[in-house]
Design a protein. Structure first.
Length: 230
């Protein structure tokens, strides 16, 4: 049974959402306080999806989202009475997968939740979807989706493998030799310039300012380091 974590402080709304999710066959874990949610982030990341209100007591939903993203890429759906573009963009930049302004239709909420949950196995969501800034990567379809504009891009298999390597090595410097060995093997002899070209492509796709990267960093004389913005 898929498990949804609902983080919302409006009691009547909690009861309504929880009831409807349970009727749809979901198990629901509830927190009504941002600080409490952060204290239990280990339980939250074991859920299959997080429905997260922005305005919470003590710590905001944005704070909670940051803490979740330190440990997991579990899908996050923001709820907020503040439907202005700046808040939506801020939430998405923190790593949220979707944003639904209040008031909303319960059927739409459930449909959005179902769309964010992987169809094969809810516990494998980290393997399928990866979010960098406002871009969402589907490792099964090789598709990049711009969450803001809706534009799409299709990666090659080797680009996907390189992105998987960076995700697994986040915050760690990966040498060019390691990349060549893992992605091309010892029987192929591409040059380090080949990797540089991949990095240039990634920067064009993901970086707000490609010449001043915040995700894909070159480490002179060694290789590259990938970092997510928290």
């Amino acid at each position: 049974m898929p498990r949804i974590c609902l983080i919302e402080d409006e009691e009547s709304l909690v009861e309504l959402i929880k009831l409807n999710l349970e009727l749809e066959g979901f198990d629901v874990l509830v927190f009504s306080n941002g600080k409490l949610a952060i204290e239990h982030v280990g339980d939250i990341i074991n859920c299959d999806l997080v429905v997260l209100d922005v305005m919470l007591p003590e710590n905001s939903g944005f704070d909670v989202c940051k803490e979740i993203r330190v440990k997991s890429q579990v899908p996050i759906l923001f709820l907020s009475a503040k439907g202005i573009a700046a808040d939506r963009i801020h939430g998405l930049k923190l790593g949220a997968n979707d944003y639904l302004p209040k008031p909303f239709d319960l059927e739409e909420l459930i449909l959005r939740i179902q769309n964010l949950l992987p169809s094969e196995s809810p516990t494998k969501s980290d393997d399928k979807i990866f979010v960098i800034g406002t871009k969402s990567i589907d490792f099964t379809s090789y598709e990049l989706l711009d969450i803001i504009t809706g534009s799409k891009h299709i990666f090659s298999k080797r680009e996907i493998e390189l992105l998987k390597l960076f995700r697994a090595s986040e915050g760690i410097v990966v040498s060019r030799d390691e990349i060549l060995d893992k992605l091309w093997g010892k029987d192929n002899f591409p040059t380090s310039r080949t990797i540089d070209n991949y990095i240039l492509t990634f920067r064009k796709l993901f970086e707000p300012h490609p010449k001043n990267p915040i995700y894909f960093h070159s480490i002179r004389g060694v290789g590259y380091k990938f970092t997510l913005q928290r």
